[in-house]
Design a protein around this ligand. Structure first.
Ligand code: XMP
Length: 526
């Protein structure tokens, strides 16, 4: 089988530290084009190696007017490919090519209207409105204080706003373009159309970065990489490990051995569901390890959230090692690591000085097991992983399921974890999720779950007094899980869910709804 070269038509994004840089990458990938974010000071050799069809320069919180402002490698202008500067990217390009940038006394922030004075390929057939004097208008999103005040030689002015004479500039001979606004944000209605013109009509890219091609390429690469060796993979039921499993299975069949550790802290029927999907539907080889007792025993009497996380992480690694040692001839450990938006961007990374929670995942495994590491999804964003999951035939249940933390229900049961609490929490959580699905709310929110509060409260049912536990419900909306807003669920909905939980989960007398956003609260309660 010959696979398409998914990296042949690629765009390089030079990151000057804008909050929107990862969004530019997302937009380009959505158009079916491979792209990568590199820090602004990446070496010429790395750019040559990447061999892009075009280069995009991101925005920045910096000012191009400062002496030591981050600048564009001269090689970018000699690379012989089109360049698109966005906001700061346009200003620093103008400055370096002989124009002028000044600090303005009026900053432009938010929605603005851009009037197009000259029609160029970048804007062909693109408009939102027409002005009284017959000029094309665009609704765009601006966020700048500095502005270009003198064009570099061979540049023309293409469009202006009330306060910004040079809102779009171009050197059409060299194919260098500058946009003072942000085409990557959805508030710029024609933003995607402009990026399309740049990528397809100016850089002449073809969309090869699409799920079927990515899958073919990955399957081939995995086969080439591991040959006839055995690979071990821990599956959790999350979309990343699921997609990794199916891809590997497609590539190497039964040489893939999956380990599924049931820690007794999973959601209702989750273990069955996982076995059913992976074993029965996809025919994967799965070692199902029943370890509820071992986890609960080690957690008994432990109330500190960090300690709970550490214990769970340690036992997980112990069990995984035991299972790996039982399989003869295994040489590779597969992981479902995906590309975090910032991975290649050294400018935007802030040092972590204060660890709020130590997230448990299997990151500690490779060194301990002395296995070679294979991470097929390393270059993909979450939405790309989901699209590939759909293409591979994974059910929606797995693909669009809300995230679930590695330590599972242990960090949703406050303090001491017991089987009684976990069983009650599972029922309450399942009712909440079931009702969200029925009410068509589940896919509109980012994460929802129930929390067990081990405090007794008085209630009355029939004529009988109850003195039982409390459940809290949490639903949040977020883009990146770094900040989150609690969801304003309808009162009638909450009331119905509360009623069902108190009636069906014997041992719960009260249900409360969490109205804390992040920050100051975190998403999980522990
Ligand atoms: P917090 O509670 O930190 O949660 O606001 C942010 C997101 O991370 C998930 N989370 C975890 N995921 N291991 C994980 O794999 C963990 O230890 C862990 N702790 C929190 C949480 O569910 C939310 O989506």
């Amino acid at each position: 089988m010959t696979t398409k070269n998914i990296y042949k038509h690629s765009i390089l994004i030079l990151d000057f530290g804008s909050q929107y840089s990862p969004l530019i990458a997302r937009r380009v990938r959505e158009l079916g084009i491979y792209c990568k974010l590199y820090p602004w000071n990446v070496s010429k050799e790395k750019i040559i190696l990447f061999n892009p069809k075009g280069i995009i320069l991101s925005g920045s919180p910096e000012s191009a007017t400062l002496f030591n402002a981050p600048c564009i490698s001269e090689y970018v202008f000699d690379a012989g490919v089109p360049v698109l500067g966005i906001c700061y990217g346009m200003q620093i390009m103008a400055m370096q090519l002989g124009g002028k940038v000044e600090i303005s006394n009026k900053c432009e922030f938010g929605h603005k209207q851009v009037k197009i004075e000259k029609d160029i390929t970048l804007l062909r057939d693109i408009q939102d409105n027409i002005s009284f004097d017959g000029k094309k208008l665009l609704d765009v999103w601006m966020s700048h204080t500095d502005k270009v005040t003198l064009l570099p030689p061979n540049f023309i002015n293409v469009a202006s706003t009330e306060n910004c004479k040079f809102a779009i500039i171009a050197n059409i001979y060299k194919n260098f373009y500058g946009l003072q606004f942000h085409p990557e944000v959805t508030h710029t209605t024609q933003g995607i159309s402009i990026l399309k013109r740049f990528i397809f009509d100016i850089c002449h890219c073809n969309s090869e970065w699409i799920s079927v091609n990515i899958i073919d390429h990955m399957v081939e690469t995995i086969r080439h990489q591991v040959g006839n060796d055995k690979v071990i993979l821990g599956i959790s039921g999350g979309v990343d490990s699921a997609v990794t499993a199916i891809l590997l299975h497609r590539a190497i069949g039964d040489n893939l051995v999956c380990v599924f550790i049931d820690n007794g802290l999973l959601r209702l029927n989750e273990a069955c569901q996982i076995k059913n999907i992976f074993k029965k539907i996809f025919g994967l080889k799965i070692l199902h390890v029943q370890a509820e007792k071992r986890f609960l025993k080690s957690l008994s009497g432990v109330v500190d959230p960090e300690l709970k996380r550490k214990i769970i992480g340690r036992i997980f690694i112990e069990i995984f090692e035991e299972e790996a040692n039982k399989i003869r001839g295994v040489k590779w450990l597969a992981q479902g690591t995906i590309c975090s938006d910032m991975i290649e961007s050294s400018v935007s990374i802030t040092p972590i000085t204060n660890i709020i929670k130590s997230h448990h995942n299997v990151g500690g495994l490779p060194k301990k097991l002395k296995l070679m590491l294979i991470e097929p999804l390393k270059e993909l964003f979450k939405d790309e992983v989901r699209k590939i999951g759909v293409e591979l035939g994974l059910p929606d249940d797995i693909i669009y399921r809300h995230p679930f933390p590695g330590p599972g229900l242990a960090i949703r049961i406050l303090g001491n974890v017991t089987k009684e609490y976990a069983d009650l929490l599972r029922i309450a959580d399942a009712i909440f999720i079931e009702e969200l699905l029925i009410a068509n709310l589940y896919n509109k929110i980012s994460q929802a779950f129930a929390v067990f509060i081990p405090v007794r409260s008085v209630g009355v049912m029939g004529d009988k007094r109850k003195y039982e536990w409390i459940i809290a419900l949490r639903a949040i909306e977020t883009i990146d899980f770094m900040t989150a807003k609690w969801v304003n669920l309808p009162y009638e909905f909450l009331s119905y869910v509360s009623n069902r939980i108190i009636n069906e989960a014997q041992g719960i007398s009260r249900v409360v709804y969490d109205i804390s956003s992040k920050p100051p609260a975190t998403i999980e309660w522990e």
